[in-house]
Design a binder for this molecule. Sequence first.
Ligand code: ADP
Ligand code: 5GP
Length: 223
Amino acid sequence: MSNNETKENTMQDRRGLLIILSSPSGAGKSTLARRLMTWDESLKFSVSATTRAPRPGEEHGREYFFQTEDEFKQQVMDGEMLEHAHVFGNFYGSPAGPVRDTIVSGQDVLFDVDWQGEIQIRNSDLGKHALSIFILPPSIRELRRRLETRAQDSDDVISKRMLKSWDEISHWGYYDYVLINDDLDDTEAKLKTIIEAERMRRIQQPALQRHVRTLQTEFEELS
Ligand code: ADP
Ligand code: 5GP
């Protein structure tokens, strides 16, 4: 087997990561997720189901699958959700099927879920492939400013999100990595470094076993 062939097989046999991004609302995780997907087009965003109403510009099947409460509960009962939670008075959940198919094909899945989702994914049968990153704002004042300048929510919704922000921040210690999103470019660069390193975890590279067996055969032939 040539070096090139070995390299190609190893790449094909990569197992995808479940990359979980969480933060208090407004800290910048959707912006960062969008940037990561531009950086690497093979990253698949896990489109969650939700019972909340679409915001202006949001499309069914792109940002979320917008569902009624009955539809959502049926999916949960049918065991189709990898995780699900009640956040800001609405249900949110990650459909399991597309995640399983994607990671087996060697591509990573990006999740924008809250801390409850992170714990459930980590405790699921796919947990060993999870990589979780928590995004902190530089200050609470700046968090509020970002929510206001995003101008997607009413004052009432912004206040509700601000009240919930401490609850989300208080779970920062459950995550593998924690980044302070002060400068966007800097945070994006750090995220890329983390992902590139985590892709090389032994468990993400099942083809290594075959490579080591080849090395062993060669070693025995030469000794
Ligand atoms: P989240 O998905 O965490 O709720 P968003 O990605 O929607 O947050 O970001 C909220 C707002 O803050 C957006 O208007 C976004 O452009 C802005 N933003 C994100 N990161 C930064 C940053 N590092 N500096 C300044 N503004 C930012
Ligand atoms: P938003 O309504 O602003 O899009 O999302 C509100 C919160 O719900 C965010 O903290 C987001 O991370 C979280 N969220 C979105 N989708 C899911 C999901 O599928 N599962 C869980 N647990 N949380 C989600």
